[in-house]
Design a protein around this ligand. Structure first.
Ligand code: HEC
Ligand code: HEC
Ligand code: HEC
Ligand code: HEC
Ligand code: HEC
Ligand code: HEC
Length: 354
């Protein structure tokens, strides 16, 4: 515009000096109207429902109460090595085979389809993903929205994995679980091995499905299905699976400020959707677990003092009972994730270990 007006000025001046002013050109025709844009999403309803300071602060405050946020005690061994080396999850879980669930960087690489780094394979720590606790933080789980068409595609909460089902590690990738926003949890909270199948099994302190089998217990799979007198429920049939979800129970509205949301401690509110008060026990669970433990001790499979499996070789029936004992213990919901499946596993395992 500055250039144009200065040219006009020059033209004016010169016309005064040198001759008559020329006529202005005719106005050009109006352009054709563009097509209407797609209506924008109603910001108040769609975006601000989640995106407001209160929600963000609530997420942050509740997250700090969670186990995910804990910088677990770091190894404290003095230089002379006279103190015990305190093993925490972090101190030996930044290794190949562990990083995708135990470090933030490993999980993000896995979600992005990046081949996991293996570093130098050092015994204690794999330097590819830094040593020390890699707390599971906001950007571990959240990334970008994969859709804004929430009405048709569902809410993705900008999670790395919400609208895609999870292909399980065990039994194999053909088994998928789709639980919406809880798919995030399934990625990490799933077992890494399959129940025993051979005629005899050598046990070890590591025997079992590994610590986070919650997803498959909820689904009602991955138990060692010894055929006893109690029928196993059909996979996926538990009401806690079909009518609730990880996020429904663990991230519901807080009851008293210490649970729910990003604390991931189950809320009583979530139970009240179906129960008249918060049920605390799966009928008979504690008694049956104690009975099963006693039988496993008698068979030389479990050492009650060490609170761990022995390294004895046992027959398949005992190994199946031992697997189910480990599965239920490591799930840590005391059977609540799938009451009927837990009851069937316990009753049949007790028969198997007689
Ligand atoms: C598929 C994901 C996954 C992989 C792979 C994985 N873990 Fe874990 N691990 C978990 C989850 C989830 C928990 C927490 C379970 C809980 O608290 O109920 C856990 C817990 C643990 C714990 C703490 C147990 C406790 O009783 O407090 C240790 C130790 C551990 N893992 C070691 C390892 C090691 C070592 C590797 C690699 C060889 C590994 N994990 C691989 C998911 C995984
Ligand atoms: C372990 C995975 C995980 C981590 C870590 C995590 N989130 Fe979330 N977040 C979720 C899931 C899953 C949902 C959806 C919950 C639902 O379905 O109701 C969610 C929902 C939200 C929401 C929308 C619901 C609401 O509370 O209004 C906000 C905001 C949010 N997260 C922010 C954060 C922030 C900030 C952090 C870090 C302090 C964080 N998240 C860490 C998994 C995670
Ligand atoms: C159901 C809850 C929810 C709704 C509805 C929602 N968001 Fe988000 N959004 C999140 C969460 C959770 C995050 C990640 C954590 C954070 O940043 O608070 C996020 C992250 C974002 C980000 C940063 C990451 C990115 O994708 O670039 C943008 C931008 C964003 N949202 C825009 C929007 C807009 C625009 C809308 C409305 C069309 C919207 N969101 C609706 C939950 C929601
Ligand atoms: C990146 C892997 C990962 C994801 C994703 C994840 N978790 Fe975890 N979670 C873990 C690990 C590992 C632990 C054990 C503590 C630790 O080392 O952080 C854990 C611990 C927990 C605990 C506490 C267990 C205890 O020992 O008291 C709960 C409850 C839990 N997770 C629930 C969830 C839910 C619900 C989701 C989905 C919204 C989820 N987690 C998503 C890996 C994950
Ligand atoms: C029906 C509600 C419900 C559903 C669905 C549910 N949980 Fe739980 N979960 C619980 C309850 C109740 C506990 C026991 C908490 C306690 O004993 O403090 C629990 C315990 C746990 C624990 C051990 C926590 C601890 O403090 O030791 C983890 C980890 C966990 N759940 C993860 C998950 C994951 C992952 C999913 C989805 C695959 C899931 N839960 C689905 C209600 C539920
Ligand atoms: C969607 C509805 C629903 C929700 C939500 C729900 N439950 Fe349940 N719950 C059931 C049903 C139905 C049963 C009976 C078993 C079945 O049908 O799978 C049950 C069974 C149980 C049992 C076994 C009771 C027994 O006598 O053995 C316990 C314990 C339990 N629920 C605890 C909880 C807790 C704790 C929560 C909240 C964190 C919760 N439930 C949330 C529907 C629900």
């Amino acid at each position: 515009m500055i250039l144009a007006s200065s040219l006009m000025f020059i033209q004016c001046t010169s016309s005064l000096d040198e001759g008559p002013q020329g006529l202005a050109g005719a106005n050009g025709q109006n352009g054709v109207d563009g097509t209407d844009g797609v209506d924008g999403v109603d910001g108040t309803a769609e975006c601000i429902a989640c995106h407001n300071v209160q929600n963000k602060e609530h997420a942050q405050a509740s997250y700090l109460l969670s186990v995910h946020a804990q910088e677990t005690l770091h190894a404290t061994q003095n230089a002379a090595k006279t103190e015990d080396f305190i093993l925490t999850t972090s101190d030996y879980t930044n290794r190949t085979g562990c990083v995708e669930c135990h470090t933030s960087g490993g999980y993000i690489d896995k979600m992005n389809g990046v081949t996991l780094k293996t570093g130098a394979g050092v015994a204690e720590h794999d330097p590819a993903y830094p040593a020390g606790k890699q707390a599971i933080t906001c950007t571990t789980c959240h990334d970008k929205h994969s859709t804004f068409d929430f009405a048709n595609d569902g809410f993705d909460f900008a999670l790395r994995q919400a609208l895609r089902p999870v292909a399980l590690t065990a039994p194999n990738a053909n088994y998928t679980i789709d639980m919406g926003s809880s798919n995030t949890c399934v990625n990490c909270h799933q077992p890494r091995g399959i129940p025993p199948t051979t005629a005899t099994v050598k046990l070890s302190s590591r025997f079992g499905p590994h610590h986070g089998p919650q997803s498959t217990l909820l689904e009602g799979i991955q138990g060692a299905l010894y055929v006893g007198s109690t029928a196993y429920p059909v996979p996926g049939s538990a009401t806690h699976r079909s009518g609730a979800s990880c996020t429904a129970c663990h991230m519901g509205e807080t009851t008293n400020g210490t649970d729910g949301a990003h604390s991931w401690h189950p809320t009583e509110n979530a139970c009240l959707a179906c129960h008249s008060s918060e049920p605390t026990e799966v009928t008979g669970y504690a008694a049956d677990m104690a009975t099963l433990q006693g039988l496993l001790v008698a068979k030389g499979a479990f050492d009650a003092t060490a609170d761990a499996f022995t390294s004895n070789t046992v027959d398949l029936k005992v190994a199946q009972a031992a697997w189910n004992f480990a599965l239920l213990r490591e799930d840590r919901s005391h059977g609540i994730h799938n009451p009927n499946y837990a009851k069937a596993l316990l009753k049949n395992s007790i028969e198997a270990a007689q």
